[in-house]
Ligand binder design. Sequence first.
Ligand SMILES: Cc1ncc(COP(=O)(O)O)c(C=O)c1O
Length: 367
Amino acid sequence: MGPQYTELKAETDAAIAEVIRTTAFINGKQVGEFEKALAESVGTKYCVGVANATSALWATMKALGIGPGDEVITTTHTAVCTTEAIALNGAKIVFCDIDPRTYQIDLDQVEAKITARTKLILPVHLYGIPVNMPRLLEISRKHNIPILEDCAQAQGAEVGGKRVGSMGIAACYSFFPSKNLGGMGDGGAMCTNDEKSAKFVRMFCNHGRLDKFNHEIAGCNERLDTLQAAILNVRLKRLDAWNAQRRRVATIYSEALSEVPQVVLPQAYPDTTPVWHLYVIRAKDRDGLAAYLKEQGIGTGLHYPLPLHLQPSMAFDYRKGDFPEAEKACSEMLSIPMYGHMTEDQALEVSKAVAAYYAKSPATVSA
Ligand SMILES: Cc1ncc(COP(=O)(O)O)c(C=O)c1O
């Protein structure tokens, strides 16, 4: 049983039982309740529940009129889902490298890559670290190009006191179980202040209709399940507390690991509140460290081993060497444990194990 379920067992069981009792498995009232609560939490007028974030991105780009001949600027360092959504709309993916301190999209490259065909900028608040939005908003205004925020990993993060997802034309969210706000299966949403886009996404993801028998456009079936919405309604109330705990763990890591010269710590931009979906360090002899931590019973991850411009499905005309910062980061990075129910003691234990590895094997890692 996961810690989120354990904490909220009684309320979650009751919410699930209510859906079963009413049999409103599709478009039940819990979906509308969740959409309202999420819009309030993000600070947008509209929210539309979608089956997952990949489909939310796909549908939102469609709502914005993105299609063949258009260019969408994004980062090469993200989950493949971000760029799948661009490819599914037939638009050209224009990759940018990253700022190596924060892992976020390099905004100098964003501006340099704008052409007459650029129709959208798609930043990703990767690992829950917000992109430098004040500067990106300046670029967007200067060139009159909208921003669609990929907030899949950044539910609840803030820039200058405003939630991510409230600053561009629209934003997409994922409720994949491991996300900061995770469900018990797939789930997603788009948030926006743009009524037209919200209406389009609602129609498109529900067979092109707003009422039962009038199908105004050719759509698909990508709705958020009532059961997931009911579970997410319970969990959304705890999101801020879980994110605060992630920040406490990150503070412990950044203090304890600053003593370890073989490790480079992730940075956030000033005046931002990250939510640390992942805590990704750069480590000398990364694979050796991962193997050592595994022996100590500490799991780690790679997010991601390959930048997208080197993935066969997304490479198009790109090749090795095009984005050196992302390529270097992918070879050095390691995600160490991070979740909303992690304790300070556990974070200290992980930090000690990292330090112990380098203390034991300085020769291996001095290269
Ligand atoms: C940055 C990013 N964008 C989009 C997605 C897609 O989310 P989903 O799994 O809900 O389709 C993910 C999920 O891993 C993600 O990490």
